[in-house]
Design a protein around this ligand. Structure first.
Ligand SMILES: Nc1ncnc2c1ncn2[C@@H]1O[C@H](COP(=O)(O)OP(=O)(O)OP(=O)(O)O)[C@@H](O)[C@H]1O
Length: 358
């Protein structure tokens, strides 16, 4: 959704990992972990898309598929509308120049034996050339280093450029990881839980930095998180993932304030947000005690994957998989409750059930 064409899009993104188990007649078992199944998403320039879900919902797998760190089982990744699947190192390097990833743990992603200067110089030399051609060096290299550090608000740059990772705080290390990604002048940043390992007090600073890069550089940001409250604060659009499938998608404000899908309501209800993210739907979920665990992803049965935990589930939900359908121009939900079938379940939120338009 969105008016501009997406810079990066995924259609039917699917990843099945081979499940462990005993070999049968010398062959590995044919069972598969359905980590991601048929996920569609779009990243637009100058926008943040949050992908929200519990642990094991497939968020990191989505990010790794988009980064082309692991091969797809099915579906397609499109960069500016063209099939982006890379074959070979050259193509991968060209892709990485445009699509950069930021990881959860900035300490693990920075080499502890190298100072900031080394880390950033390496990234700059990999992705940028001197104005006269040739490897970036001398004054141009120094200027580029300073600019990168300033862009991530580590100023004055001289204070940080010769520091080692252990001399920096978690937040500063994550800023260096972001600066390294920016060395490529990317169009897309894939941020996999970029603040979840940081102290709560500095999370906002990193999210504000990413928002600043979105606004000033027009970068498209994928923000992977289990924290739906931060998605409301920071993301333009939010997609909710459960057990490898999209449950709901839409503008972040509506998804978090008026969740359509019973699973989104559960997430919102359990979000620690002083701003009452919850509302009536959350109370309903609480009252009906929707506890339970996500389903096994090994050869999951048909039907909605949330049905075993859903207070509104009917036989229809347990037997047939609901498609993601538009509920309003900007919102879509994969829930039979928003279908036009006569036997649809009553998901119990008249206020959040606009007319079905598709
Ligand atoms: N390399 C792998 N081999 C087998 N199974 C995997 C592999 N990577 C992930 N999985 C499985 O795929 C499912 C989705 O994992 P994923 O890491 O994408 O979830 P997540 O939502 O990012 O969780 P978390 O928030 O805990 O990181 C899980 O069941 C996980 O065990």
């Amino acid at each position: 959704m969105g008016t501009s064409s997406p810079v990066l899009a995924a259609h039917g993104l699917t990843k099945h990992f081979r499940a462990g188990g005993r070999r049968v007649n010398g062959r590995p078992p044919a069972r598969a972990i359905h980590a991601v199944d048929g996920v569609d998403l779009e990243l637009h320039r100058g926008q943040v898309l949050a992908v929200v879900g519990e642990s094991g919902s497939g968020k990191s797998t989505v990010a790794r598929l988009l980064a082309q760190l692991i091969p797809l089982t099915g579906g397609q990744v499109l960069l500016d509308g063209a099939d982006a699947r890379v074959r070979g190192r050259r193509a991968f390097r060209a892709y990485v120049r445009r699509v950069q990833m930021i990881f959860q743990d900035p300490f693990a992603s920075l080499n502890p034996v190298h100072p900031v200067r080394h880390t950033l110089t390496r990234a700059l030399r990999l992705h940028r050339r001197q104005s006269t051609g040739g490897t970036l060096r001398g004054d141009e290299l120094e200027a580029a280093l300073t600019e990168l550090l300033e862009r991530v608000h580590l100023t004055p740059a001289v204070r940080y450029v010769d520091s080692y990772p252990h001399e920096l705080s978690g937040g500063q290390r994550q800023r260096i990881a972001i600066a390294r990604a920016l060395a490529a002048e990317p169009e897309v940043l894939l941020a996999d839980e970029p603040v979840s390992m940081l102290d709560v007090s500095i999370r906002l600073g990193i999210l504000n930095l990413l928002a600043d890069l979105r606004d000033r550089l027009g970068i498209a940001v994928l923000y992977i998180t289990h924290d739906i409250a931060s998605a409301r604060y920071f993301a333009d659009r939010t997609t909710v993932l459960y057990a490898g499938r999209v449950m709901e998608t839409g503008d972040s404000e509506s998804v978090t304030q008026e969740p359509l899908h019973p699973y989104t309501r559960l997430l919102v209800a359990s979000a620690p947000d002083p701003d009452d993210l919850a509302g009536a739907g959350a109370a309903a979920v609480r009252d009906q005690g929707t506890g339970g665990e996500p389903p096994s992803l090994v050869d999951p049965p048909p039907g909605c994957r949330f049905a075993p935990r859903c207070p509104y589930a009917t036989d229809l939900c347990r037997s047939e998989t609901p498609e993601l359908v538009a509920v309003s121009p900007e919102r879509a939900a994969a829930c039979w409750g928003y279908s036009d079938r006569d036997d649809r379940p009553d998901v119990g939120r008249p206020a959040a059930r606009p007319e079905v338009t598709a």
